[in-house]
Design a protein around this ligand. Structure first.
Ligand code: ADP
Length: 624
């Protein structure tokens, strides 16, 4: 039983292959985590780093309270089961399972008891006297699991343990491993390239591609809310249908136009999680529709409000018993290209043949949308921003039917006239301020609650935890330092909440303290805290002294001091409730909070190292 914490873990192999990048996740005790992704995506490397079979280039791996980066595999209290279960052929099943306990010199009685318990759990008690060659593949795999179980590890690591088995056995072993997890009540981490295995076994799944985590989520969320086109295509069989297209909002209705000519109309309420900038009718998007969400039209069961009905020319029919897959093209068959290609899935008993033109029904609220270039999901679960048109007059901004007094930091730079106002969801707090709002929807989204609000007929979102419910009247406050104003003649960016200073690290040869090092940060020379030196040196070794470092820290972790980084105030930014100054450091601009500094003031600042991230700026690796 154990929690695992992985923070900014990287693996760079000799020769420079970056196999794993910034792997960060917390694993709770008793979870069944699956790492999944195509071959070469870095899943085995990550597992091997957890096991201690591979060095961690940078980052921190914790098992319960201990940082175990430097622990030998045997001291991590972890057991690993591989694809090649490599049983000793000359030993009986009992001796194979008992082997590691014998090596560790456990008393005979205890070994016997542990082996018997494991054999009981795995239902292989009657084979204990047999040699491996007298066992089936599935039984051998169970013996391999038995070897892991007897060690009573805190964490089980399984690297493609079923890939040597045939399809039928694989399916039954999947269930057995899931049951084993329930019986043992221990943390499991399981690596596979098979998305079906991942979806059926994992409590949470980590989807990886080219060394990067794509999404960490429950099977249900991965299927319903894939974070990007890769995840959308990787999870689910048959694969999601993808179409190039555009989106246009006219009044309160939204039309998706696919390049093949198909149009999907829906009320704005079903599309209001798509940022408005994508709805101008010409920004390219990728529309994703799962085969289960484009089914054979059934007039009696499907209302035209919820479904868009389209013709599909049938090219191939696969009857699988409980479901039927229809491969075809949108339209009447005159055009049969990639843009119009579609897979339709139905659970109904249908009599459909090649050459038919059928009516298919697209479920409007299940349509996925991705940016055509970045491939990121744009129909967001929690919208990052909403955009409205506003008007500036003097120092007042009128937006969503409310007049808001702009603080000096903004009003000084605006001009009268129309302006786009971009309001991040995180800038909206419910139950504060004086803008009237009505709660339209309240949705539990994993780690937060999302509220959809009606503000004078406009849709806004908030995620602040607050005891309001659907239909409640409330008020909201907008944090003006986080909004963006975009007009023809000017643009006001949200305040950057982090600063990044450049620097380097050097040995302090003059110091009497062993291994003392110093940082040079924007010309400020200071003692480098030991916990930072150790992490940097562990990753970079002798290269530490020649590596360019970035020091990234929240602006609220910057403070004035007697000595430090020299800076000079260029501008005062007054946000009413909060005050900031723009300072110049070595010719570069930074914004930091300050109650009383005035233009021209010169002073020194330091940063709170406890809260600072140190980045190898060349390789773009977080070292601390
Ligand atoms: P997966 O388990 O997802 O198939 P791996 O973790 O085995 O992927 O590999 C990730 C990447 O690291 C691949 O590009 C692979 O070629 C590379 N790699 C793996 N092991 C080594 C090694 N010992 N030396 C150099 N590169 C390696």
């Amino acid at each position: 039983m154990a929690n695992l914490s992985m923070k900014h873990i990287y693996k760079v192999y000799q020769g420079g292959v970056k196999a794993v990048n910034d792997f960060t996740m917390e694993i709770e005790d008793k979870e069944f985590i699956v790492f999944v992704g195509p071959s070469g995506c870095g899943k085995s490397t990550t597992l091997r780093m957890i096991a201690g079979l591979e060095d961690i280039t940078a980052g921190e791996l914790k098992i319960d309270e201990d940082v175990v980066n430097d622990y030998l595999p045997k001291d991590r209290n972890i057991a690993m089961v591989f694809q090649n279960y490599a049983l000793y052929p000359h030993m009986t099943v009992f001796d194979n399972i008992a082997y590691s306990l014998k090596i560790a010199k456990y008393p005979k009685e205890e070994i016997k008891q542990r082996v018997q318990t494991a054999a009981y759990i795995l239902e292989i008690e009657e084979y204990l006297d047999r040699k491996p060659k007298a066992l089936s593949g599935g039984q051998r795999q169970r013996v391999a699991l038995g070897r892991a179980i007897v060690r009573e590890p805190k964490v089980f690591l399984l690297d493609e343990p079923l890939s040597n088995l045939d399809a039928k056995l694989r399916a039954s072993m999947r269930t057995e491993i899931s049951n084993l997890h329930k019986k043992l009540q221990t943390t499991f981490i399981y690596v596979t390239h098979d998305q079906v295995e991942a979806m059926t076994m994992g409590t949470r799944i980590v989807v990886m591609k080219s060394g990067y985590i794509q999404q960490i989520d429950t099977p249900r969320n991965l299927f319903n809310y894939p974070g990007n086109k890769f995840v959308a295509g990787f999870i689910g069989t048959p694969q999601m249908n993808f179409f190039d297209g555009t989106v246009l909002k006219t009044g309160s209705s939204v039309t998706f136009t696919l390049d093949c000519g198909v149009k999907i109309n829906m009320p704005y309420a079903l599309a209001n999680r798509i940022p408005i900038r994508y709805m101008n009718g010409n920004k390219p998007v990728t529309v994703g529709i799962r085969p289960e969400n484009v089914t054979v039209y059934n007039e009696k069961k499907m209302s035209l409000e919820d479904y868009e009905i389209v013709d599909v020319y049938v090219n191939l029919v696969e009857t699988l018993g409980s479901e039927t897959l229809i491969y075809g093209y949108f339209g009447d068959g005159t055009v049969q290209d990639n843009e119009s290609k579609v897979t339709v899935k139905t659970l109904e008993d249908v009599d459909i043949h090649m050459g038919d033109i059928i009516k298919a029904a697209i479920e409007k609220k299940k349509v996925h949308v991705f940016d055509a270039i970045t491939e990121e999901r744009i129909k967001e679960r929690v919208p990052k921003n909403v955009t409205f048109q506003g008007t500036v007059a003097g120092s007042q901004l009128t937006v969503v039917g409310n007049a808001i007094d702009l603080p000096g930091a903004i009003s000084e730079y605006v001009e009268d006239g129309k302006v786009d106002v971009i309001i991040p969801t995180k800038a909206v707090s419910i139950g504060k301020g004086n803008i009237k709002a009505k709660v339209v929807l309240r949705e539990d989204v994993d780690d937060c609650i999302l509220y959809e609000l009606n503000v004078n007929g406009n849709v806004m979102f908030a995620t602040t935890e607050h005891g309001v419910d659907v239909d409640d009247d409330t008020t909201i406050d907008i944090d003006l330092k986080q909004i963006m104003l975009d007009a023809e003649a000017y643009e006001i960016a949200p305040l950057d909440m982090d600063v990044t200073f450049s620097g380097s690290i050097m040995r302090d040869k003059a110091s009497k303290v062993a291994n003392q090092c110093r940082f040079f940060i924007e010309g400020y020379n200071c003692i480098a805290p030991d916990f930072m030196v150790r992490k940097i040196y562990k990753s970079k070794g002798k290269q530490s002294w020649t590596t360019s470092l970035d020091f990234k820290v929240s602006i609220y972790q910057v403070f004035e001091a007697e000595e430090g980084i020299a800076c000079k105030v260029d501008t005062v930014l007054d946000y009413g409730k909060e005050r900031f100054v723009k300072v110049i450091v070595n010719g570069k601009e930074y914004i930091i909070p300050s109650q009383d500094r005035q233009v021209g003031d010169e002073f020194y600042i330091q940063i709170n190292f406890e809260e600072t991230q140190v980045i190898d700026s060349g390789l773009d690796i977080i070292l601390v």
